[in-house]
Design a protein around this ligand. Structure first.
Ligand SMILES: Cc1ncc(COP(=O)(O)O)c(C=O)c1O
Length: 201
């Protein structure tokens, strides 16, 4: 990639992170910030897969009773991983927003702690540890300046955390959120300057 773009490109391999994504960072921050009693009472979340896997895994380690709300189209292999870690799964008809609405309503009803996949300061702070690692690793490699960081964007938790940390170190670093063409929700919302609903493809 460095040759192709005539730049020094570094890749942070979060796919080889435990649970296959960066999600464990925010989830662990949530579970460590609540009491053991609350963890036992229950934690709840909605997910399209990766976040649910991280909540299920961390809940097993930290002795929390986790329930993961999933929409129908979550791949079966991810459902199995979540169940194998011992979390309860609730399916919700529709798309991920329907799963999120139902999970939020049930968290309120049963007094369980909701672990938001992206729209929470605790989630964002956890994701910020990735920014800290990028900064420290670049220093260790004697890289003088970071010009730009590219990160996948769904709800924006990852990019918010990474950019908040790195901007505090060097405000000139540029950040680019990358979405697959099939899932342009953040792009369309920013373009419209309001939250818009993108029909599932
Ligand atoms: C592998 C991967 N990368 C990026 C994202 C986007 O993260 P965020 O919702 O914090 O923008 C997700 C969200 O599910 C993900 O699973």
């Amino acid at each position: 990639m460095s040759g192709k773009y005539s730049a020094n490109v570094f890749v942070k391999h979060e796919e080889s992170q435990c649970c296959g994504a960066f999600k464990l960072r925010g989830v662990t921050n949530h579970l460590k910030s609540i009491s053991a009693t609350q963890r036992k009472k229950g934690v709840i979340t909605a997910s399209t897969g990766n976040h649910g896997i991280a909540v299920a895994y961390a809940s097993k380690l930290l002795d929390a009773n986790a329930t993961i709300y999933l929409c129908d189209n979550v791949p079966q292999n991810k459902v199995k991983i979540i169940r194998d870690y011992g979390a309860k799964v609730e399916f919700v008809k529709g798309w991920c927003l329907e799963a999120q609405d139902k999970a939020l309503a049930d968290a309120e009803k049963y007094g369980t702690y909701y672990i938001h996949p992206y729209n929470s300061a605790t989630t964002v702070c956890g994701a910020g540890t990735l920014g800290l690692e990028i900064w420290d690793q670049m220093k260790a490699l004697n890289v003088k300046r970071i010009d730009a960081v590219f990160a996948c964007v769904g709800g924006g938790g990852l990019l918010s955390g990474v950019s908040t940390y790195l901007k505090s170190k060097d405000p000139s670093i540029k950040f680019y959120g990358c979405s697959a063409r099939r899932t342009p929700a953040m792009y369309e919302c920013l373009k419209a300057k309001e939250i818009v609903t993108i029909p599932p493809t």
